[in-house]
Design a protein around this ligand. Sequence first.
Ligand code: MF3
Ligand code: CO
Ligand code: CO
Length: 224
Amino acid sequence: MDEVDKIVKEGVTTEEINTLVHKMTTDAGAIPATLNYEGFPKSVCTSINNVVCHGIPGKTQLKNGDILNVDITTILDGYYSDMSRMYMIGEVSNDARRLVEVTKECLYTGIKAVKPYTPVSEIGNVINDLADKEGYSVVRALSGHGVGLNFHNDPIIEHFRTNRKTMIMVPGMVFTIEPMINQGTFDCDILEDDWTVVTKDGKLSAQWEHTILVTETGAEIITK
Ligand code: MF3
Ligand code: CO
Ligand code: CO
């Protein structure tokens, strides 16, 4: 991800980001988990502006003012890890910048709610409170997930407020927190390619993701 930071700028194509991630992953003896995962064709997800997640790298060039999420999942020695970051290309609007920053705060607020013997629903409760306060909505169609020997495992980590009874966090559990926060409504559509998730109203969406280990005292960020 740090190497992606160095190449992301106006004019770069999302295909070039894919090429970098694919090469660095395989050079390290690891496997890009998204490649051929349920038919996903690339080694990274790149989601621009109104794309919520699962954007497919291709010929699209980054342009001034875009916001971009890069989501990398790696398998090394049989273990998965999953993280994503936002990038702001050139001069972005104040509105877009605020969305990106608040979404990052949503992630870290969620991480702070990780405590052993507490229900995982507490994570979504604090994230939803912050998003509400900032006038944003929380995507409901996709969630965080346990991760380890598989890509997506229990527990499901909802990022919105839920009064459902959920699993209790226990030390040793590993899961992602990856809030997708929208400027407008939380409703999403899926494009014809069957992967790209977009906001229904065409407004912006942002996402940040870490893989988290529950410890005896709180949380350790594995993907730091
Ligand atoms: N990395 C995504 C997640 O956070 C999943 C991508 S699956 C793909 O769970 F098939 F779209 F790549
Ligand atoms: Co994930
Ligand atoms: Co991810």
